[in-house]
Design a protein. Structure first.
Lengths: 69, 152
């Protein structure tokens, strides 16, 4: 993993088209701004993982637990 | 074509029935082809059955039928990717989880709906940026609260 130290309002550039800026640092919270092309999807990792878990759990539903019409 | 040995037995299907998720479903990037099975007719529930893995099927529902008023706004990138227009027959499905033996605790993932272009059969699982939606929306929450009140 590449580790870089940045100060407030400084940024990093990934490739030609992606820029991540440190917008605010408040205690343990860091606000980041991300500039990226529309086809690059950016998500909080925990949301992504939660959706992955829901997908897995929907694949494990037992047929008999589905309500009747 | 026949897909053998699924949870639902052998399934006959044609190429037109196949829904293609170019990027797969989140957590399952290696599978892109699915069938939508109407296993329990007259319910809002369907199974998204993988064509590539007979053992893989996700329980999904027509979200607006189990959560009235659910109408997620997808961003322009998704609209473009799936070539959606006002005339496109679009299906919005959400995955459904039911803890074993507890159908009343059913939840559905309103934050990560599956959008299908019914004309091209191209589909994508989208992550919404709307904080109003959760991944574990209780489907029977309201009814249950009323029932508890009656019982009390």
């Amino acid at each position: 993993m590449l580790v870089l130290t940045r100060k407030l309002h400084q940024s990093i550039v990934i490739g030609d088209q992606i820029e991540v800026v440190v917008l605010e640092v408040r205690g343990e919270q860091v606000r980041l701004g991300i500039k990226a092309p529309k086809d690059v999807t950016v998500h909080r990792k925990e949301i992504y993982e939660q959706i992955q878990d829901e997908n897995k759990s929907s694949a494990n539903v037992r047929l008999e637990d589905i309500p009747e019409p | 074509m026949t897909l053998s040995n699924t949870r639902f037995g052998d399934i006959e299907f044609s190429a037109d029935d196949v829904i293609t998720f170019t990027e797969g479903i989140i957590g399952f990037p290696n599978y892109s082809q699915y069938l939508l099975l109407n296993h329990k007719p007259n319910t809002p529930f369907r199974w998204l059955q993988s064509v590539e893995d007979a053992n893989l099927a996700f329980l999904v529902a027509f979200a607006d039928l189990i959560v009235p008023g659910y109408a997620p706004e997808v961003d322009n990138g998704v609209t473009r990717e799936l070539a959606l227009s006002d005339e496109t027959p679009t299906m919005v499905l959400t995955t459904v989880s039911i803890p074993a033996g507890k159908p009343q605790e059913m939840t559905t993932n309103l934050l990560g709906p599956i959008i299908i272009n019914g004309a091209t059969m191209q589909a994508k699982q989208v992550i919404l940026s709307d904080d109003a939606y959760t991944v574990k929306h209780r489907v029977f929450a309201t009814t249950e609260r009323v029932a508890e009140k009656v019982a009390a």
